[in-house]
Design a protein around this ligand. Structure first.
Ligand code: SAH
Length: 244
Protein backbone atom coordinates (compact mmCIF):
# COMPACT_ATOMS: atom_id res chain seq x y z
CA UNK A 1 0.00 0.00 0.00
CA UNK A 2 1.30 3.47 -0.88
CA UNK A 3 0.60 5.97 1.79
CA UNK A 4 -0.20 9.63 1.40
CA UNK A 5 -0.94 12.65 3.51
CA UNK A 6 -3.52 15.25 2.64
CA UNK A 7 -3.96 18.40 4.72
CA UNK A 8 -7.51 19.49 4.00
CA UNK A 9 -9.72 22.46 4.82
CA UNK A 10 -13.34 21.64 5.71
CA UNK A 11 -14.58 25.19 5.12
CA UNK A 12 -16.46 27.32 7.66
CA UNK A 13 -19.16 24.78 8.54
CA UNK A 14 -21.76 24.17 5.82
CA UNK A 15 -21.49 20.87 3.97
CA UNK A 16 -22.04 22.68 0.67
CA UNK A 17 -18.81 24.63 1.28
CA UNK A 18 -16.60 21.52 1.44
CA UNK A 19 -14.81 21.28 -1.92
CA UNK A 20 -15.28 18.15 -4.05
CA UNK A 21 -11.54 17.33 -3.91
CA UNK A 22 -11.63 17.38 -0.09
CA UNK A 23 -14.68 15.06 -0.11
CA UNK A 24 -12.86 12.73 -2.54
CA UNK A 25 -9.76 12.61 -0.30
CA UNK A 26 -11.92 11.81 2.75
CA UNK A 27 -13.67 9.04 0.80
CA UNK A 28 -10.29 7.37 0.08
CA UNK A 29 -8.74 7.92 3.52
CA UNK A 30 -7.91 5.21 6.05
CA UNK A 31 -7.27 7.75 8.85
CA UNK A 32 -8.49 11.22 9.75
CA UNK A 33 -6.52 13.31 12.22
CA UNK A 34 -7.45 16.66 13.77
CA UNK A 35 -8.89 18.75 16.56
CA UNK A 36 -11.96 17.08 18.12
CA UNK A 37 -14.74 19.36 16.69
CA UNK A 38 -13.28 19.19 13.17
CA UNK A 39 -12.91 15.40 13.17
CA UNK A 40 -16.54 15.29 14.37
CA UNK A 41 -17.54 16.79 11.01
CA UNK A 42 -16.27 13.70 9.17
CA UNK A 43 -18.87 10.92 8.80
CA UNK A 44 -17.66 7.62 10.31
CA UNK A 45 -17.56 4.59 8.00
CA UNK A 46 -16.09 1.09 7.88
CA UNK A 47 -12.36 1.18 7.13
CA UNK A 48 -11.89 4.72 8.43
CA UNK A 49 -10.19 5.37 11.77
CA UNK A 50 -10.84 8.76 13.35
CA UNK A 51 -8.08 10.25 15.54
CA UNK A 52 -9.55 13.28 17.33
CA UNK A 53 -7.11 15.19 19.54
CA UNK A 54 -7.18 18.15 21.85
CA UNK A 55 -6.21 21.68 20.87
CA UNK A 56 -2.60 22.81 21.33
CA UNK A 57 -1.07 19.46 20.38
CA UNK A 58 -0.64 20.43 16.75
CA UNK A 59 2.98 19.28 16.39
CA UNK A 60 2.35 15.84 17.95
CA UNK A 61 -0.71 15.45 15.78
CA UNK A 62 1.26 16.41 12.66
CA UNK A 63 4.10 13.98 13.47
CA UNK A 64 1.55 11.21 14.12
CA UNK A 65 -0.05 11.86 10.71
CA UNK A 66 3.35 11.81 8.97
CA UNK A 67 4.30 8.53 10.71
CA UNK A 68 1.05 6.90 9.60
CA UNK A 69 1.54 8.05 5.99
CA UNK A 70 5.12 6.70 6.09
CA UNK A 71 3.63 3.36 7.26
CA UNK A 72 1.51 3.23 4.11
CA UNK A 73 -1.77 4.68 5.40
CA UNK A 74 -3.90 7.25 3.57
CA UNK A 75 -4.17 10.07 6.04
CA UNK A 76 -6.22 13.28 5.99
CA UNK A 77 -5.38 15.99 8.51
CA UNK A 78 -8.44 18.21 8.81
CA UNK A 79 -8.68 21.89 9.69
CA UNK A 80 -11.68 24.16 9.61
CA UNK A 81 -11.74 26.77 6.86
CA UNK A 82 -8.46 26.66 4.93
CA UNK A 83 -5.64 24.51 6.33
CA UNK A 84 -3.05 27.17 5.53
CA UNK A 85 -4.79 29.94 7.49
CA UNK A 86 -3.83 29.72 11.20
CA UNK A 87 -4.21 25.95 10.99
CA UNK A 88 -2.54 22.57 10.46
CA UNK A 89 -0.65 22.96 7.17
CA UNK A 90 2.24 24.92 8.74
CA UNK A 91 2.30 22.51 11.69
CA UNK A 92 2.74 19.57 9.30
CA UNK A 93 5.63 21.30 7.52
CA UNK A 94 7.23 22.13 10.88
CA UNK A 95 7.02 18.45 11.83
CA UNK A 96 8.37 17.51 8.40
CA UNK A 97 11.36 19.82 8.92
CA UNK A 98 12.06 18.32 12.36
CA UNK A 99 11.47 14.69 11.32
CA UNK A 100 13.53 12.06 9.47
CA UNK A 101 14.56 13.24 6.00
CA UNK A 102 12.86 10.29 4.23
CA UNK A 103 9.48 11.81 5.21
CA UNK A 104 10.23 14.49 2.59
CA UNK A 105 9.71 11.89 -0.17
CA UNK A 106 6.12 11.25 0.98
CA UNK A 107 3.12 12.14 -1.18
CA UNK A 108 1.89 15.25 0.69
CA UNK A 109 -0.81 17.55 -0.65
CA UNK A 110 -2.51 20.62 0.83
CA UNK A 111 -6.14 21.03 -0.30
CA UNK A 112 -7.52 24.54 0.14
CA UNK A 113 -10.81 25.37 1.83
CA UNK A 114 -13.01 28.41 2.22
CA UNK A 115 -11.53 30.37 5.08
CA UNK A 116 -13.75 32.04 7.69
CA UNK A 117 -12.99 35.62 6.63
CA UNK A 118 -14.08 34.97 3.04
CA UNK A 119 -17.31 33.26 4.06
CA UNK A 120 -17.96 36.10 6.53
CA UNK A 121 -17.17 38.81 3.99
CA UNK A 122 -19.52 37.18 1.48
CA UNK A 123 -22.32 37.06 4.06
CA UNK A 124 -21.81 40.75 4.88
CA UNK A 125 -21.38 42.01 1.30
CA UNK A 126 -17.80 42.86 0.26
CA UNK A 127 -15.93 44.44 3.20
CA UNK A 128 -12.68 42.84 1.97
CA UNK A 129 -13.27 44.08 -1.58
CA UNK A 130 -9.95 45.91 -1.73
CA UNK A 131 -6.55 45.54 0.03
CA UNK A 132 -6.75 43.76 3.36
CA UNK A 133 -4.79 41.69 5.88
CA UNK A 134 -5.57 38.86 8.27
CA UNK A 135 -4.30 38.80 11.85
CA UNK A 136 -4.52 36.00 14.40
CA UNK A 137 -5.23 37.71 17.75
CA UNK A 138 -4.18 34.69 19.79
CA UNK A 139 -0.91 35.05 21.67
CA UNK A 140 -0.51 31.28 22.21
CA UNK A 141 2.45 31.19 19.85
CA UNK A 142 3.59 34.83 19.60
CA UNK A 143 3.88 37.78 22.00
CA UNK A 144 0.87 40.10 22.22
CA UNK A 145 3.21 43.07 21.58
CA UNK A 146 3.60 41.76 18.02
CA UNK A 147 -0.19 41.70 17.60
CA UNK A 148 -0.36 45.31 18.78
CA UNK A 149 2.40 46.40 16.40
CA UNK A 150 0.72 44.74 13.41
CA UNK A 151 -2.64 46.30 14.31
CA UNK A 152 -1.18 49.79 14.40
CA UNK A 153 0.74 49.33 11.15
CA UNK A 154 -2.28 47.84 9.35
CA UNK A 155 -4.39 50.80 10.50
CA UNK A 156 -1.70 53.21 9.32
CA UNK A 157 -1.65 51.48 5.90
CA UNK A 158 -5.45 51.85 5.77
CA UNK A 159 -5.91 48.14 5.19
CA UNK A 160 -9.20 46.43 5.93
CA UNK A 161 -8.50 43.72 8.54
CA UNK A 162 -9.83 40.32 9.42
CA UNK A 163 -9.21 38.99 12.93
CA UNK A 164 -9.17 35.30 13.78
CA UNK A 165 -9.29 33.89 17.34
CA UNK A 166 -10.47 37.26 18.69
CA UNK A 167 -11.30 36.19 22.22
CA UNK A 168 -11.04 33.18 24.49
CA UNK A 169 -11.60 32.26 28.11
CA UNK A 170 -7.85 32.15 28.72
CA UNK A 171 -7.35 35.78 27.57
CA UNK A 172 -10.66 37.55 28.17
CA UNK A 173 -9.35 41.14 28.24
CA UNK A 174 -7.02 41.39 25.28
CA UNK A 175 -9.84 41.94 22.83
CA UNK A 176 -10.94 45.09 24.71
CA UNK A 177 -7.36 46.30 24.30
CA UNK A 178 -7.55 45.52 20.56
CA UNK A 179 -10.75 47.59 20.24
CA UNK A 180 -9.04 50.43 22.12
CA UNK A 181 -6.07 50.44 19.73
CA UNK A 182 -8.44 50.38 16.74
CA UNK A 183 -10.49 53.32 18.05
CA UNK A 184 -7.28 55.25 18.58
CA UNK A 185 -5.87 54.40 15.13
CA UNK A 186 -9.00 54.32 12.93
CA UNK A 187 -11.37 56.74 14.70
CA UNK A 188 -14.82 56.06 16.20
CA UNK A 189 -16.84 55.87 12.95
CA UNK A 190 -14.98 52.99 11.29
CA UNK A 191 -17.24 50.00 10.55
CA UNK A 192 -16.61 46.68 12.30
CA UNK A 193 -18.44 43.45 11.49
CA UNK A 194 -18.75 40.55 13.93
CA UNK A 195 -19.51 37.37 12.01
CA UNK A 196 -20.25 34.39 14.24
CA UNK A 197 -20.58 30.74 13.18
CA UNK A 198 -20.80 31.71 9.54
CA UNK A 199 -22.58 29.20 7.27
CA UNK A 200 -23.97 27.21 10.22
CA UNK A 201 -27.51 27.36 11.72
CA UNK A 202 -26.04 29.58 14.49
CA UNK A 203 -24.80 32.24 12.06
CA UNK A 204 -25.06 35.80 13.38
CA UNK A 205 -23.84 38.97 11.67
CA UNK A 206 -23.55 42.33 13.37
CA UNK A 207 -22.07 45.53 11.93
CA UNK A 208 -21.53 48.56 14.18
CA UNK A 209 -19.08 51.46 14.41
CA UNK A 210 -15.93 51.15 16.49
CA UNK A 211 -17.49 53.57 18.97
CA UNK A 212 -20.43 51.20 19.42
CA UNK A 213 -18.37 48.01 19.54
CA UNK A 214 -17.91 46.09 22.79
CA UNK A 215 -15.66 43.15 23.62
CA UNK A 216 -18.57 40.78 24.27
CA UNK A 217 -19.61 41.03 20.61
CA UNK A 218 -16.88 38.46 19.81
CA UNK A 219 -16.13 34.95 20.99
CA UNK A 220 -14.02 32.08 19.65
CA UNK A 221 -16.58 31.29 16.95
CA UNK A 222 -16.42 34.87 15.60
CA UNK A 223 -14.29 36.31 12.86
CA UNK A 224 -14.09 40.11 13.05
CA UNK A 225 -13.74 42.36 10.01
CA UNK A 226 -12.74 46.01 10.29
CA UNK A 227 -13.20 48.07 7.16
CA UNK A 228 -10.76 50.60 5.75
CA UNK A 229 -11.51 54.34 5.74
CA UNK A 230 -13.74 54.00 2.63
CA UNK A 231 -15.77 50.99 3.80
CA UNK A 232 -19.45 51.91 3.92
CA UNK A 233 -22.98 50.56 4.13
CA UNK A 234 -25.40 50.23 1.24
CA UNK A 235 -28.84 48.88 2.18
CA UNK A 236 -28.21 45.95 4.49
CA UNK A 237 -24.72 45.30 3.13
CA UNK A 238 -21.21 46.52 3.91
CA UNK A 239 -18.66 47.00 1.13
CA UNK A 240 -15.27 48.47 0.38
CA UNK A 241 -15.02 50.20 -2.99
CA UNK A 242 -12.43 48.89 -5.46
CA UNK A 243 -10.77 52.29 -5.72
CA UNK A 244 -9.69 52.58 -2.11
N1 SAH B 1 -8.27 27.58 9.42
C1 SAH B 1 -9.44 28.32 9.85
C2 SAH B 1 -9.14 29.25 11.01
C3 SAH B 1 -8.77 28.53 12.30
S1 SAH B 1 -8.53 29.62 13.65
C4 SAH B 1 -10.02 29.10 8.66
O1 SAH B 1 -9.36 29.19 7.61
O2 SAH B 1 -11.13 29.61 8.78
C5 SAH B 1 -10.13 29.56 14.40
C6 SAH B 1 -10.84 30.90 14.22
O3 SAH B 1 -11.40 30.95 12.90
C7 SAH B 1 -12.02 31.16 15.13
O4 SAH B 1 -11.60 31.67 16.39
C8 SAH B 1 -12.79 32.21 14.35
O5 SAH B 1 -12.14 33.47 14.46
C9 SAH B 1 -12.58 31.72 12.92
N2 SAH B 1 -13.69 30.88 12.41
C10 SAH B 1 -13.63 29.59 12.03
N3 SAH B 1 -14.83 29.17 11.55
C11 SAH B 1 -15.66 30.23 11.63
C12 SAH B 1 -17.03 30.44 11.28
N4 SAH B 1 -17.79 29.47 10.74
N5 SAH B 1 -17.57 31.66 11.51
C13 SAH B 1 -16.82 32.66 12.04
N6 SAH B 1 -15.52 32.52 12.38
C14 SAH B 1 -14.95 31.32 12.19
Amino acid sequence: MTGWLVIAGLGPGAGALVTPEVSAALAEATDVVGYIPYVARVAPRAGLTLHPSDNRVELDRAAHALRMAADGRRVVVVSSGDPGVFAMASAVFEALEAGPSDWQALDIRVLPGITAMLAAAAAAGAPLGHDFCAINLSDNLKPFALVERRLRLAAEADLAMAFYNPRSKSRPHQFARVLGILRESCGPDRLITFARAVSTPDQRLLTVTLAESTEDMADMRTVVIVGNSATRRVGRWVYTPRSA
